[in-house]
Design a protein around this ligand. Structure first.
Ligand code: UDP
Ligand code: MN
Length: 273
C-alpha cells in the first residue's frame, strides 16, 4: 500500500523540547504546562531546573533535570541551564532542538508542522527577534570592533536543526556555551544568536508564529490561535498580559492556558462538551 512520506521525514519523536525553569516556579508555572500541552509531547519534553523536587519529578514522568546551576536570575545561572539543555539535546541524537521558557504554551502539532518545512540536515535557526534591528555590540576580543547580529528571544521559543547544532559543538558543547556567555557578557538567548550568526555566519529565520510576553497577548485574534506556535503570559504591575479568549473563569485559569488548550483541542477530558 502507498503511504504518504512525511515532509523531511520529521515527526514529533524527532524533536527535543527543553523548558527552562527554576524550583520556585514549579508549582506556579509548570502546573499549567503539565495539564495542557505537555500531555501531547510527554516523551519529548524535558524541564531544566535548579533543585530536586520529587513531586514534580513524578508529575513530569521523570523528565525534570536538575542542572545543579544556581537558582538566581543572573546571566551565569541562565547560561548554565542553556548549556545543559544544549548538551542534553546532543546526547538525545534528535533532529531538532527547541527551547522554551516555563511561561510558554507550545502548540505541539503546529510546531511539528513548522519543522517539517525545513531539512534538519541543513543549518536552521528558527525564532523571533524582539528588537527591530540587529543587536550591536563591541566585540570583547582584541579587535574591539563593532559587530551586529540577530537573536531569537528565548521567551518566544526557538529551534535549531541537528546539522547546525553539530557545527556549534566545538564552540558550545560540554559546557563551553557558558564560557561564551561569560566572554561576551550577554544573556543566554543573545549568546545563541552570537554563536550562530556572528561566529558561524548562519542567519536567523524569522518565524512570526512564536510569541513572547513582550508582545501584547490580548491583541492576538482567537481565530488565528490554531496557526500560532507559542504563546505566553506575564504580569505587569497589577495587570496581566494574557490572551483574550472565552473559556474558564480567570480564577481557575489565570494564565488562559487551560482555555487555550480547549480552544485548540476541544475533545480533551477537562474541556466542556
Ligand atoms: N528563570 C530561571 N531562574 C530564575 C528566574 C527565572 O531559570 O531565577 C527562568 C524562568 O523559569 C523562565 C525564564 O528564566 O523560564 C524567564 O524568566 P521570567 O519569565 O521570570 O522572566 P522574563 O525574562 O521572561 O521577564
Ligand atoms: Mn517570562
Amino acid at each position: 500500500t502507498f503511504r504518504k512520506k512525511t515532509s523531511n521525514n520529521v515527526d514529533l519523536k524527532d524533536v527535543f523540547i527543553s523548558i527552562k525553569t527554576t524550583k520556585s516556579f514549579h508549582q506556579s508555572r509548570l502546573t499549567w504546562i503539565l495539564k495542557t500541552w505537555f500531555v501531547l509531547a510527554k516523551e519529548q519534553t524535558y524541564f531544566f531546573t535548579d533543585g530536586d523536587d520529587p513531586d514534580f519529578q513524578s508529575k513530569t514522568g521523570g523528565h525534570l533535570v536538575n542542572t545543579n546551576c544556581s537558582s538566581s536570575h543572573n546571566r551565569k545561572a541562565l547560561c548554565c541551564k542553556m548549556s545543559v539543555e544544549f548538551d542534553r539535546f546532543l546526547e538525545s541524537h534528535k533532529k531538532w532542538f527547541c527551547h522554551f521558557d516555563d511561561d510558554n504554551y507550545v502548540n505541539v502539532p503546529r510546531l511539528v508542522k513548522l519543522l517539517q518545512m525545513y531539512n534538519p540536515q541543513e543549518d536552521w535557526y528558527l525564532g523571533k527577534p524582539s528588537i527591530r534591528a540587529p543587536l550591536e555590540i563591541l566585540n570583547r576580543d582584541n579587535t574591539q570592533q563593532k559587530i551586529a547580529f540577530w537573536f531569537a528571544t528565548g521567551g518566544a521559543g526557538f529551534c535549531i536543526s541537528k546539522a547546525l547544532a553539530l557545527k556549534m559543538m566545538p564552540i558550545a558543547s560540554g559546557g563551553k556555551f557558558m564560557s561564551v556567555c561569560e566572554k561576551i557578557r550577554l544573556p543566554d538567548d543573545v549568546t545563541m544568536g552570537y554563536i550562530i550568526e556572528h561566529v558561524l555566519r548562519k542567519k536567523l529565520t524569522v518565524v512570526e508564529h512564536f510569541h513572547s510576553h513582550l508582545e501584547t497577548m490580548k491583541f492576538m485574534k482567537s481565530s488565528s490561535f490554531a496557526d500560532q506556535i507559542t504563546f505566553s503570559y506575564s504580569k505587569f504591575g497589577s495587570e496581566m498580559n494574557i490572551l483574550s479568549l472565552e473559556g474558564f473563569d480567570p480564577k481557575i485559569d489565570p494564565t488562559r492556558f487551560i482555555s487555550l488548550h480547549c480552544h485548540l483541542f476541544p475533545s480533551f477530558d477537562f474541556c466542556p462538551p
